[in-house]
Design a protein around this ligand. Sequence first.
Ligand code: ADP
Ligand code: MG
Length: 425
Amino acid sequence: MDYQISVKDLSFSYNLKKVLEQVDINISKGSFFCIVGPNGSGKSTLLRVISAALKPREGVVIFEGTDINEMKIRSIAKMLSFVPQNTSLEFDFKVSDVVLMGRYPYVNKLKGETTQDFEIAKRAMEYTNIAHLRSRNFMELSGGERQRVILAQALAQDTDILILDEPVSHLDLQHQVEILNLIKKMCVDRKLTAITVLHDLNMASAYSDYIIMMKDGKIKEQGTPFETLTAANIKKIFDIDVYVTVSPIGNKPYIYALTKPSIDKKGIRIHVICGGGSGSNIIGSLYSEGYDLSSGVLTIGDLDWKISKENDVQIAEEVPFVGISEEAYAKNKELIASADAIVLTGLYLGKSNIKNLEILLDKEMKSKPLFILEDENFADRDYTEGAAAKLYRSIKAGGNVILTDSKMLKEEIIKAVRTHGKRQE
Ligand code: ADP
Ligand code: MG
C-alpha cells in the first residue's frame, strides 16, 4: 500500500537529550491520525519533525516518495500546514487578514495577493463558519472562535495535510466537539489528512482512524482505536486503571477512569440492607467517605450485589430463585452483629427477601443504631400482602431507629456513632 507520509527509523535529540527514538509511522491519505501519550513523551517534537520545523538526527520523513529535507520550504508549505500548540499571534490582526496569511506560499512578493487568493480565503471562512467575524480583531475572539480562524487559515493554505498540536486542549466541551467535527469533515469532504495530538482518549477514540501511543520518545502501540485503546495499553502508557467498554454511538471503545482516591478509613462499619439498586448510591457514597461496609442478604448478580463487589463490601449472598437460606441468614446476622450501625434502604420486599426485615427484629440486633431511609411508598414496595408492612411497623417502633433520608444519612451516622461508640475490634 502506498502511504502519503512515511516516517522511517526516526531519532531526534535536543542537544544531548534523546527525545525521539526509532519512530516508524505510515499515514494514509484522508485519515484522521492521532497521537496520544503523557506530557513530555515527545508528541510535539514528533509533529515538528514531520513538519520539517526540526531536522531529524537519524531517519527520514517521506512525503509521497520525496524526503522532506530535500524539499524547498515553499513546496512543503503547499503540502502541509502546521498549527503548533498554543498558537498565538504577536500582533493583533483582523480575522480576514489572519486567514489570508494562509496564502503565503502562493503569493508573489511583488504582485501581492490575487483575486483568487481572496476568493480562497473567503471560502475557507465560510467553510469554518467565521465569515461574520471577518472584520473583528483576532485577540478579541473567544477560544473556540480563534481556533476556527486558525483552521480557516490552514484551509486557505490549501494543503493536503493538516498537522495540529492539541487543537482543542483549551476549549470547553462544546467547542472541542465543534472543532473536531470540523477537522473530521475536512478529512471526509476534502480527503485531507489530519495529524493531531489529543489528550482526551474518548475524543481520540471517537474521531481517529488510527492512533499511535507514545511514551518516553518511543511508539509503544499503534493501530485502530480498538487495537490501541485497551485497558492494558492505557495502564502501560498512562499508568491509570480504566474500564473499556463499547460506545453505543459509532461503535468505538469508550473509556472510564477507575481511579479511586485512597481515603483514610474511619474504622466504622455500616451494614446496608438493600437490593435491586436501592443501596447503590448509599454504598458508593459511604465507601468514598472511608466507611467499611457490609451488605446482605443480596442475590448474586443483583445490582446492589455488583456495586458491593466493586467497592470491597463484605456480602451475605444467596443464589437466585431460592429465597434466603439459613446459611445466608446466619452470615447476614454475623455481619450485622459486628457492624457499628445498620441502614435499611427502600428495597422491594417479597417472599424471597422478607427475612431481611425479620432479622431486624432479632433480639440480638435490636441494640444497634438502625437508620431507615424513609419514603412514603412503602405500600408500593410491599409484595407480601401486608406481611412486610406489619414487620416494618414493629421495626420502626424499636428503640434505636433513626428515620432519615439519603441526604442526611452521613450526618446522622456520625452523630449516632459518637453516642454509641465504635465497635470493639
Ligand atoms: P509532549 O508534546 O509529548 O509533551 P515534547 O515533544 O514537547 O513532549 O517534549 C519531549 C521532551 O523534550 C520533554 O522532555 C521536553 O522537556 C523536551 N523538550 C521539548 N522542547 C525542547 C527544547 N526546545 N529544548 C530542549 N528540550 C526540549
Ligand atoms: Mg506537546
